[in-house]
Design a binder for this molecule. Sequence first.
Ligand code: CP
Length: 305
Amino acid sequence: MKHLISCDQFKKDDLLSLFELTDKIKKNPLAYSEALKNKVIATLFYEPSTRTRLSFSAAIVRLGASLISTENANENSSANKGETLEDTIRIVQGYADAIVLRHPDDDAAMRAAQVATVPILNAGSGGKEHPSQGLLDVYTMNEYKKRMNNLKIAVIGDLKYGRTIHSMLKLLTLFDGIEVHALSVKELELPDEFNQIFKDRNVKYMKHTSMDTLPKNSDIIYQTRIQKERLKNEGINAATASFIINKKLLDTFSADTYLMHPLPRIEEVTTDLDNDPRAVFFPQAHNGMYIRMALLHQCFYGKEK
Ligand code: CP
């Protein structure tokens, strides 16, 4: 893997080998503690982040590499003086062996890759893609459901700007027998490109306007917050565009319907269900570190034979 830009670059086999490596790392992380010794990896974050930045940072440190980092890069890097992203990449690649990039522009990771001589790992680009999150999401689904084929998933919230949803669906629908139930306000439906993706992959796709019609035997409920920082002229209010899940509502679903969320949550998942074994969003976030360790490992060593 030269760059990690989009989930479009993955085939089913790539996921299987990445997940196999992730399992090995998760079982015995110490066995990989010197895997990237003498490497230097940079993280450039032009948008706020807790999970992605810190789990990539932890992954870098746990693989024995050194970390150089700019948090809040719009303010704290020379972007604040007008330096372009391309020039920043041209400079940082002279200091680091790989660059992890989060940026508000949809095409930022691609632009960075076009000028980079070291691997670029997309840690979230605009409202379009968040591939490492999509990978950890599908990994987590497999961990809990013990399969990736024949999953029925309900995706809820901001399906238009929810980049985690876009990346996750591009990966999950590589598998067979996937059924997608989408619940959002009209203004925040999935982008049109998914109509073609679902058609090409024989995905059963249904839109919903209420929690009541979602299948009670869904395997996964994937809830998201409204990305109010990305809303443009939709003319909607983030609070009223949310569909809230609480313990009472989760209890109307099957005993093996797992509730996932990329986090952060705002009001769309209430805290009364945090101790329900079906609420797996915290372990989901923790899987992010292991997936990112595996991604970085593959970045330098390729897929294991
Ligand atoms: N899920 C996710 O991307 O969270 P952060 O914005 O905290 O990194």
